[in-house]
Design a protein around this ligand. Structure first.
Ligand code: 5GP
Ligand code: MG
Ligand code: MG
Length: 197
């Protein structure tokens, strides 16, 4: 178990599982796209590890670029997406593959579609390492999905909790039994001592 700021997280997805999922994703995209040279667009900050590993596993020539959006505050997604760095190159006629760390509500994805609406790309495909189907509220097609996960907050492999956890090579899930800990702490003196997991 690890602690970041005020919250505890437990091991959830190993570095090996992530590596296997990334390998599958890279080959799936490569097979699908054929001989065209795609432009991979990472959504910073969260996708920096995804893009790095994906690009290394991609078996054919490709271009890589980034845009920077921010939507999350603490452990909650907000609808107010900030565009921090936009597109810096002409993508007319290109096959673009968005590389996301995680798709949760889909708010960020909606903003991505707004950004690309007037770019005249040949095709816009969405690839994400993690996907929370229970949280997804949009209709945009997700073309390539690495691992489906339950609707719980995770950190690691690029994903942060208020700035921390991005450097972890594996993924951790928030530990929700913290409420129980509080209950015990507010109970009679001595209760809960030595009993917490
Ligand atoms: P959405 O806009 O789909 O709700 O969320 C997309 C972005 O929110 C992701 O790219 C990521 O930065 C952040 N996010 C969504 N779910 C999680 C999560 O479980 N953990 C962390 N650390 N960030 C998340
Ligand atoms: Mg992201
Ligand atoms: Mg974040």
């Amino acid at each position: 178990m690890i602690k970041l700021h005020d919250k505890y997280f437990k091991p959830f997805i190993s570095a090996k599982q992530i590596d296997e999922a990334m390998q599958r994703l890279a080959l799936e995209v490569a097979n699908d796209i054929g001989d065209e040279i795609p432009v991979f667009v990472g959504i910073l900050n969260g996708s920096f590890m995804v893009v790095s590993d994906f690009a290394k596993k991609y078996p054919k020539p490709c271009e890589v670029t980034f845009i920077k959006l921010a939507s999350y505050e603490g452990v909650k997604s907000t609808e107010d997406i900030q565009r921090l760095i936009g597109l810096t190159q002409d993508l007319t006629g290109r096959t673009v593959v968005i590389l996301e760390d995680i798709i949760d509500t889909g708010n960020t994805l909606a903003e991505v579609h707004r950004i690309f609406k007037n770019e005249n790309v040949k095709a816009l495909k969405i690839a994400t390492l993690f996907y929370k189907p229970e949280a997804y509220k949009k209709d945009f097609k997700l073309h390539y999905i690495g691992i489906e996960i339950p609707n719980k907050f995770i950190v690691g492999y690029g994903l942060d909790y208020d700035g921390l956890g991005r450097n972890l090579p594996e993924v951790y899930q928030i530990k929700e039994t913290q409420h129980m800990t509080n209950l015990v702490l507010f109970g009679p003196p001595g209760a809960g001592k030595g009993t917490q997991a």
